[in-house]
Design a protein around this ligand. Sequence first.
Ligand code: ADP
Length: 316
Amino acid sequence: MIKFENVSKRYSDGTAAVNSIEFEIMEGEFFVIIGPSGCGKTTTLKMINRLIPLSDGTIFINGKKISEYDIHELRWNIGYVLQQIALFPHMTIEENIAIVPELKQWERTKIKQRTNELLDLVGLDHKTYANRKPNELSGGQQQRVGVIRALAADPEIILMDEPFSALDPISREKLQDDMLDLKKNLKKTTVFVTHDIREALKLADRICIMEEGKVVQIGTPHELITNPVNDFVKDFVGNRYDSWSNDFQLEDLLEPIVEIEDQQVKASMTISMQELVDMLVEHEQVMIERDGTPIGYINRRSMMKYVSSTLLQKGV
Ligand code: ADP
């Protein structure tokens, strides 16, 4: 669907941002590009919709070189979400979402139907939000609108550049959950840049790890965890993922909530094993939340149960 063939980018000041990268992103795939700051992620992403011209090599979309597409045709068929999306402040939410459908001259009723459907899809009731102005929404809600604006005209491809990194942890997790739903429902080919390995492991079908303008490894989250090609990948994925076993679900350990104490220590579902162990050294139990809603407790006993069962599995 999107194919990089020997693609390089040197900026005019001589910076070699991307060096001979090659890979293919499949139709409907959620492809996450990750790596340390400055490794060339954004450059790679922006070359796809020709926001940045290539120095060498070729990018194909559906078998056709991107240079051969009409630029408007290309951009309208590629939704784009940035870290801090800029909604037009004087336009309503509905008008903001409708920009590309309007450009494509969709019919009024179709545009209305589409904006309502998308707002509802990400939990923003269209009756309440369609006619609001951007400043009447929270940062997280605005970013949601940014995501659905990119989807509005039904593009084949969505590019997302650290779309949730400016949000507080709870909004961030909510948007990641929305993204998982959208992924299931819409099956768009998505290229998603992040520097957050947990976000990558949560969302990706495949992850592409970059270092200094090169691709180090591409694989499913499971492949990267179980078969890192070198220490760089191992450190990047392994250490941060800690040692939860691969098919382990935090949910399986949860003790039911009987009553909620006032001074309860809380953690989100995406907590790492190491962080949880550290918390349980200090506290008898930790309340686990999903999207800010308590879903159960982990206590020292349940953690011991987990540790002993994994040791048994490993035959220790
Ligand atoms: P990332 O998204 O992984 O942080 P970028 O693609 O933004 O990385 O940048 C890759 C490299 O290219 C970095 O060394 C960065 O400083 C450099 N770079 C990015 N944009 C420009 C530019 N317009 N001119 C010169 N160098 C740039």
